[in-house]
Ligand binder design. Sequence first.
Ligand code: BGC
Length: 844
Amino acid sequence: MIGLWHAIANTPKMRLKFQFKIARKTGYTLDIASEPLAIPFKVDSVAVEGNTLRGTAGAFWMPGQSIVVKLTFDGDGFEGEMTIPGMGRLPLQGSKGRGPFLSEELIDTVLPLRKNEIPARSDEEIDREVEALLGRMTLEEKVGQLFQVPASNFSFGGAVETDPPEKLVAEGRAGSVLGAFDVARVFELQKLAVEKSPHGIPLLFNADIIHGAQTIFPVPLAWSCSWEPEAVKEACAIAAKEASASGTVYNHGPMVDIGRDPRWGRVVEGAGEDPYLGALMAKAQVEGFQGATLADPETIVACLKHFIAYGAAEGGRDYNTVDISEMALRNVFLPPFQAGLEAGAASVMNSFNIYQGVPVAASEPLLKELLRGELGFDGVLISDYGAVEEIAVHGHARDAREAAGMAARATMDIEMATRSYEFLPELVEAGVVPEATVTDSARRILRLKYKLGLMDDPYRYVRPEKERDYHFNEEHLQASLELARKSAVLLHNDGTLPIRSGKAGRLERIALIGPFADSRDLLGPWQFSRFSHETVTLYEGLLGKGIPPERLLYAQGCGVEEPLPGGIEAALEQAATADLVVLALGESSDMSGEAASRLSIGLPEPQLRLAEAVLALGKPVVLVLTNGRPLVLGELGERANAILETWFLGSQAGNAIADLLTGDYNPSGKLTMSFPAHAGQVPVYYNGFRTGRPVTDSNANSKFISKYIDGPNEPKYPFGHGLSYTTFTYSGVRADRASIAGDDKLTVTVTVTNAGSVAGVETVQLYIQDVHGSIVRPVKELKGFRKLRLEPGESKVVAFAIGVSELRFWSPANGYAAEPGAFVAYVGTSSADTLSIGFEWTGA
Ligand code: BGC
């Protein structure tokens, strides 16, 4: 029964395909995948008796309940059943291999409906068409375009709160659909819209394609550590290609929120704590998703989310109060949005939080004045899930009716999931919302439908014939592997790594221990791939490196959050006979992401107990971390010989980690979010202010300075930190001028040398400090970086040009401007390890 199996089951609601991956080491392991709904099954137990396998699995939305699988194998086939709470018993009959793509059944139906070519329309032509259509639409029909309905009210026992999507679509009460994913479902709903709804206006299909569609890439926090926007852009282009073949035209991403608080689970979706890098990553993602033109059916709409300051939720608790200054809003949280808009993002989504006491979904100063007015955004503004109704829950509107009026007046075009906009016709009638406001929103949505080509060919994104070629193909997996290797960060290494040539020398036996040693939970949150069961585990990755199975010992040791009976004993037994222990610890995918804030940001207790027992053996220990946020590592961090931060690296995670551990790929990732030394430091980030009583070398022991009395101010691993198997030295920092004025530029140069014995890639970072200003300025701000590869012994001179655009910031007194005075340029290998040189900008 070892291998990949599939079965197709007919339920009263839909056809489902299940895939089962069965493997064996010390015991049997089972992984389950499903389609069209990609259910994130977590298998808890597997038992095999003769040719029958029994497994139980949980899923995050039904805590405490189990799905039960029983499969009996006979040659190349099997029979069995699956019992799903709320759905009942599904008989299964299946055979070997991945099986057919369910969507292939659709090809013959769709092909004749598709146009071979659509007219290339100019913006003026689109505007004319849209105005003509608007002229034929009633107010109610325009309002209908403003709703985004969830694709399915198929739920595992949950209540259905609105009319079913079919009814809403046919009646013209939906303009877009959330989370259809499955191409057959897209086709079904699109056909209803085209054939049944008034005017036959096609639907937009939206989904959260955050770090890959079928081929999963590293989570965004991870890929930001590559400091390689071009590679991120490529990943997004691949994601767009895979998603659009299945009907998705409109992404709910990129998420460009700055994350400074690791308690907040959503830091995993963004590019970390820095606005400059965040802006580059925002631009790269928009360019990747949208390509050269939205008219290309292999691109999707990029939606910048969540506008704005969502990452400043107090205490890191999701959806919590935000109360920050305009200084922070504009200098820290806004730059990635500005960059994404400049790159042409066609959509923006609001954040759930309040700003100045007003929920952003209702904020005219933020949405109408800042976003539309000042930043010139004329694309589609979409509410986050339920955010319009929540205006009332926050306590800003008396009810959903008033909330609808506020959101509409703030220029919110689409209401996601809830239906407060049903009140719009009566609000127009009552003079609360001008009819022109509703027409403007409908106009923006219809324009987008034209730009995507949907008005000319509603089925152009329904391409089941492409799925087999595009989804999870070799080329995409290779791109995922390459980005994964670049995204991992070597936090610490006393020379134990790499495995083959490190201090431990030629290794006889490696013990691979921990809940992530052979786990497929390496994709992270926000993924809906049908290929999750084919994720490469670390154990498989190391075997793939040619380490013979008898020298690769394995023990799970414990679960992610719970002990395993006898787990530690079994782990110690393996570790005791090994030359090196690789401890694979971390957080499961559902411990970060939305609604996954944590109070304690360390490893869960059972894993700490396992680690402690293993460390007590005194063997060299390499800690491999899988997690979605910076963690506080405490004593374990001090005692491990080497620490490799791998985040969630995606479909090829195990191969990438094995390449890095063995030294076949030299680590080059650099942190984009600081790792606190203690949870009490949170939020801790590199670009804070000096304070009036900064700690210096000479005053560190005095009392009345800005410091903790029981620990350091500095994070354990700062922004920009990341090691290599070689060492880079920096020398001779110079500026070609001491002073510049107006638009002059000065050039700062530094020599970087590879002082080690292997080739490596270094990210040389440039920071600037504005020493004094009309408002205080951060101690350092990233303003540039270069990635370079150096052979052993090789040196290169790196040059950075600095001009007024690197010195500009927002202040209440001067708006966006640079201020004359003294500056310091810092160049180095991390935000905390730099050489510096002062200069002056004397003014415009
Ligand atoms: C999240 C958004 C997401 C939406 C739709 C919301 O709960 O905050 O980021 O796009 O759900 O899935």
